[in-house]
Write a protein that binds this ligand. Structure first.
Ligand code: HEM
Length: 438
């Protein structure tokens, strides 16, 4: 049987659990696989100055300009860009943007009221929802994926997340044999995908400049920065590549979280009822699904966090050593040494979370951010979209659970087995549920 990449990491983690770290080879690249939580924290936070980069997927941004984005940048360029982008995720900006998310939650309700509700392909449905959210907030357009499952925007965005054999091979080549990748003139995303999204952004920018119409979305916030004194100029190309990374980083991760969360709730009807009751109470108290209502939903957030603990869509992150460093007073790390942090394994370690396979949102009751919870990474290079993701997930859950009882169906797999073709965590047999109107 083929092991998924995550299962392989789990095997290393379990085998060397008592060690602080081990060296592994990823293809031909020696990599430091860190197990000890204190060392992980040092890499993320205390020694961040020595580990400020991630192992880059490609630095060839001349050839692939969309890859010149926050997630791929390194060194001072990343620092300046992060400084510019971080304020776009502030609480005030999130509050102003929330009506766009709520509109999509409403479209999700409408779609549910019109579609067959037995044997629902949940990740597909949730991807339509998150595509509409990201399209609206990061691209300034309505992708219309919930209204029309054949929407061209949806079709193009789905092509970015393909896990067929050719795509997997191409990504492997890009990560471990970048020179060969360039020599063969391979591209991370097809011309069609690149052109489609680049054209959308350029049309939106042109229209906003021409009409002066403002909107509370990321593209507007980045556009406004062109007129402010910042460390470097937020060019149209950078607006485009960052909108693109918001889609890449936010769309599948949020859809996967929603899908796993509904799966866990379908298996625990009592918990589902409690979550539903909180959604109903909060929306009644605050006069609808608005920012204040979702901020008041504590159990919803706990349930989302527990989903992210048990099934973090991004099961690992990496760092690249950028300055010589001695870790844990014994391990010398050199510049360009690769580091792998197995987020998923740490979050399933019984030393940090008792009975780790149990889905239990109460873990987050007293402490909303326990030390070993790292689904969004940690430190200065952690996920800037964490709060936004939480809002998307809460709004999606509210849309579904306020009107439907989510139940297992004939196609629901009794347990989760991660798909070996995907680095991101996904269930091999998909997630199928039935939605019963209340
Ligand atoms: C449940 C949803 C999400 C999860 C689980 C998630 C998880 C992560 C993780 C693990 C990282 C790497 C952190 C590290 O290396 O320390 C990351 C980075 C990033 N995420 Fe997210 N993310 C989510 C949603 C989003 C959303 C909605 C956006 C934007 C709209 C976003 C934008 C980014 C960006 C731009 C980075 C790179 C940051 C940098 O390198 O400075 N993410 N995310």
């Amino acid at each position: 049987m083929r092991r998924s990449y995550t299962n392989m990491l789990q095997f290393f983690y379990d085998t060397f659990r008592e060690e602080k770290y081990v060296g592994i080879f990823q293809a031909r690249r020696p990599t430091l696989f860190v197990i000890d939580l204190d060392i992980v924290k040092n890499i993320f936070i205390k020694d961040f100055a020595c580990f400020s980069d991630r192992i880059s997927v490609s630095t060839d941004t001349q050839r692939e300009p969309l890859l010149r984005n926050l997630a791929n940048m390194s060194g001072s360029e990343w620092k300046a860009m992060r400084h510019i982008v971080t304020p776009t995720f502030s609480s005030a900006k999130m509050k102003a943007m929330f009506p766009l998310v709520a509109d999509c939650a409403n479209s999700l309700k409408i779609a549910l009221s019109q579609e067959a509700l037995d044997d629902v392909d949940v990740p597909k449905l949730m991807s339509r929802f998150t595509t509409d959210v990201i399209g609206s907030c990061a691209f300034g357009v309505d992708p219309g994926s919930l209204k029309n499952p054949d929407s061209p925007f949806l079709a193009m965005s789905q092509r970015m997340f393909k896990t067929d054999r050719t795509t997997v091979l191409k990504r492997y080549c890009r990560t471990f044999f970048p020179k060969l990748f360039k020599f063969l003139n391979l591209r991370t995303y097809s011309w069609e995908v690149e052109t489609f999204f680049t054209n959308i952004i350029s049309q939106v920018l042109e229209e906003r400049r021409k009409t002066g119409v403002q909107r509370n979305d990321f593209i507007q916030l980045m556009l406004n920065m062109q007129n402010t004194e910042t460390e470097f100029y937020m060019s149209d190309e950078l607006i485009t590549s960052n909108s693109f990374i918001f889609m890449l980083a936010g769309l599948e991760t949020s859809a996967t979280t929603l899908s796993f969360c509904l799966y866990e709730l379908a298996k625990d009807p009592d918990l589902q009822n409690k979550v539903r009751q909180e959604i109903i109470d909060c929306t009644e108290r605050y006069g609808g699904l608005n920012y204040d209502a979702v901020c008041a939903m504590r159990l919803v957030v706990q349930t989302a966090m527990e989903t992210l603990r048990l099934h973090p869509p991004t099961p690992l992150t990496t760092r690249l050593c950028t300055a010589p460093c001695t870790l844990s007073s014994e391990l010398n790390v050199k510049v360009k040494d690769a580091v792998l942090i197995p987020l998923h394994c740490i979050q399933k370690d019984p030393r940090y979370f008792s009975d780790p396979e149990k889905f239990d949102p109460d873990r987050f009751k007293e402490d909303s951010n326990p030390p070993a919870f790292m689904a969004f990474g940690e430190g200065p290079r952690s996920c800037p979209g964490a709060r936004f993701a939480q809002l998307i997930v809460s709004a999606g859950l509210a849309a579904v659970l306020s009107g439907y009882q989510v139940q297992p169906c004939a196609r629901t797999t009794p347990t989760i087995h991660y798909d070996p073709r995907s680095v991101m965590l996904k269930n091999k047999g998909g997630i199928w549920l039935s939605f019963k109107p209340l």
